[in-house]
Design a protein around this ligand. Structure first.
Ligand SMILES: Cc1cc2nc3c(=O)[nH]c(=O)nc-3n(C[C@H](O)[C@H](O)[C@H](O)COP(=O)(O)O)c2cc1C
Length: 194
């Protein structure tokens, strides 16, 4: 059975997360269409720490000596092995919550998710597709730095296709939130109807 790795970066803002709602709507269809099981990493519950001088030095030594089975590389192995990757993150400060960046610091491990060759970096991830779900208070427009970063990371990891689904304008005064959310769900329906 294929595996969908669901990376949940929906840090709660005191209300049920609209991004998580959209992600669940999407995941149900992806799991059905691909006959996959879902494995979730809830970043709001993991005890993830940014790399610092000490942990970076230890990690570099482990990577250099190919000690790749240490627990610290667990996230990288999970990401490398998944058949599909789904990331859900609210649009924060033109990007996404920093916990997601910390997660990718941990997955960006040479020899696990990518490697260096004489022709440059080459991806080692199995997944051919990453999906990104988000919701935004305003309009994302050209300031889509979170998704742009993830697309770059997919190039590095060897994940060929990315797709984003978003509901925008949710915090604009008098916004019709239900319509914006429904519109995003219809786009998901259309995607799977293709
Ligand atoms: C810390 C923080 C930063 C945010 N930054 C932005 C922003 O830069 N642009 C924007 O349009 N909305 C911004 N918003 C609004 C969120 O994108 C919006 O409320 C989103 O729907 C939250 O998703 P959620 O319901 O899953 O929590 C921000 C919200 C928070 C809490």
């Amino acid at each position: 059975m294929s595996e969908i790795l669901f990376i949940n970066a929906c840090v709660s803002n005191g209300h049920p997360s609209r991004t998580l709602l959209l992600a669940h709507y999407f995941l149900k269809q992806l799991a059905q269409n691909t006959q996959s099981k879902i494995t979730e990493i809830d970043l709001t519950k993991e005890n993830l720490q940014p790399l610092n001088e000490k942990t970076l030095a230890a990690r570099t030594a482990d990577l250099d000596s190919k000690q790749l089975l240490k627990p610290k590389f667990h996230y990288a192995h999970q990401l490398a092995a998944a058949d599909f990757i789904v990331v859900a993150a609210p649009y924060w400060d033109l990007s996404f919550p920093s916990i997601l960046k910390v997660f990718f610091e941990h997955t960006s491990a040479a020899s696990i998710t990518f490697t260096y060759t004489e022709h440059g970096p080459a991806g080692l991830c199995k997944a051919c597709q990453l999906y990104y779900l988000t919701t935004a208070g305003g309009v994302i427009g050209k300031y889509n730095f979170g998704y742009d970063y993830i697309r770059g990371l997919c190039d590095l990891y060897g994940i060929e296709k990315t797709e984003m689904f978003a509901a925008e304008g949710l915090d604009i005064e008098n916004a019709d939130i239900d319509t914006a959310m429904n519109d995003a769900c219809r786009k998901i329906d259309l995607y799977f109807a293709q």
